[in-house]
Design a protein around this ligand. Sequence first.
Ligand code: TPP
Ligand code: MG
Length: 598
Amino acid sequence: MSATVGDFLLDRLATWGIARIYGYPGDGINGLMGAFGRSANGSASGRPQFIQVRHEEMAAFMACAHAKFTGELGVCMATSGPGAIHLLNGLYDAKLDHQPVLAIVGQQARAGLGGNYQQEVDLTTLFKDVAHEYVHMATEPAQIRHLVDRACRIALSERTVTALIVPNDLQEADAVQEPPHAHGTVHSGAGWTAPRVVPLDADLDRAARVLNEGSRVAMLVGQGALGAADEVLAIADLLGAGIAKALLGKAVIPDDLPFVTGSIGLLGTRPSWTMMQDCDTLLMVGSSFPYSEFLPEEGQARGVQIDIDGRMIGIRYPMEVNLVGDSAETLRALIPRMNRKEDRSWREKLEAEVVDWWTLMERRAHLSADPLNPQLVFHELSQRLPDGAIICSDSGSSANWFARDIKLRAGMMASLSGTLATMGPGVPYAIAAKFAHPHRPVFALVGDGAMQMNGINELITIAKYRESWPDQRLVVLVLNNRDLNQVTWEQRAMSGDPKFEGSQDLPDFPYAAYAEMLGLTGIRVDNPDDLPDAWDRALTAPGPVVFEAVTDPEVPPLPPHITLEQAKALSSALLAGDPNAGRIITQSIKQKAQELRP
Ligand SMILES: Cc1ncc(C[n+]2csc(CCOP(=O)(O)OP(=O)(O)O)c2C)c(N)n1
Ligand SMILES: [Mg+2]
């Protein structure tokens, strides 16, 4: 029997299979903390375990990453007022990337609400946008059962964020597990299973006709195709298609297949760019990749899109056939309708471009820089990635090198903040990955700006929990370039402004030495000759590692093609007195020149 509302709330979450809640305490949720305490923090009762982070935003990132790496509901918890407010950015990350996450927050006591009380914030209104599918405040013990049931079920079925607000005095009230059988009460049950969603036969036939009539088919897969690798590969084979991957879909299929053109977009590859320029048919599966200039021009290609969410269909390219359905199921239904394309010349052309691209990547990685070329850091890591690795990239230049230089193999997982593109998720995502898959090696690829924003603090969380992971392999790669580099390049290439050192330069920080102070392994590399050995050491270290790579901020994260406008903007930035003009020109020319080599 659950004694209090707090006890019952945790028990009900356990009924939903919730094993872990990321959060931070406060007097707004002491009635919930007491319930964790009464169950010896989960271990005694099957209740969830409370994982204490350094900042509530990190708890929300971790809940999001839990959802991304397990497919389950992620849960985070924070106190009223400031704690609840801190959650927001991480919750938006989950909402925008369509992850099921439940936020549970405290509130002032019911009797004081509306009294301009200390820490009283109108939380229903605050969460109304991020948790627009379901946000409710409990005012009665008898509500808890259906509020939990609905918040969990709606988050899962809509793949979105929901929020529950529980006043602190209510948490300590006597639980009502079963509302009275009376008018005005709600009697809910737990549980949700994913439905089978397949389009109608007539629509599948129409899609098959478009795909069969095309001769140069380009595929673009996103995170919605995770779990549909066999079907994606089977249809690509029948269609003689190449496959480009949106960032969140990087792990859908391995990068070592000859017809995989890799990432697309500003962080993408040249083969993906040319495939989209030259295709006559586009098959998009589970992606909402936003940048239209990287997709075919309107009218150039006929399009078929598959997405489980009818709202995400037909918004990036005017598709001829829009199929609302599960990726694997829908592709499976399409496969018997396909005629195998006998002319393989399109696929062969793409494969040749992919070979050239990887050669170019290798050459660019080995160009000298001052002191380290970040591409070499990623290149050397890529070759050494252990089987089953989980990779979490941050936003920043690391996302470029993650997208282009990391060759994922079958069985690996990877993610980042794809749609919100927020700084800061790298380290907390990695921590959640480690809790969800403690036997797998996990990597966070993070800039020094993101480390200074929150990653450094979350190293303390790693130090706190490392002993609970049976396999402690967790590497945080920090690109120490003393610069907010991605934005510095955007200032130059998009706005035509020289680097503004006042906003862009970062103070140096001893990341590896700090890791050592925390009892982690710290490795600092500032000489390219040391990289292979340093990576070997990092990958065989007995516990978590901070791998500090001192990298050159003047190595340009070049887009797959430079438009005339970007070239003009960059040259005007340099002419306007960019403080690093000379070295930028040298590095850019070196990078570009590799494309001209035979
Ligand atoms: C919360 C947040 N603030 C600002 C930005 C804008 N932004 C995107 S990347 C970036 C620079 C990141 O710098 P760093 O982490 O050092 O990585 P680098 O690009 O230098 O490798 C900034 C400021 C953002 N995406 N998110
Ligand atoms: Mg940086």
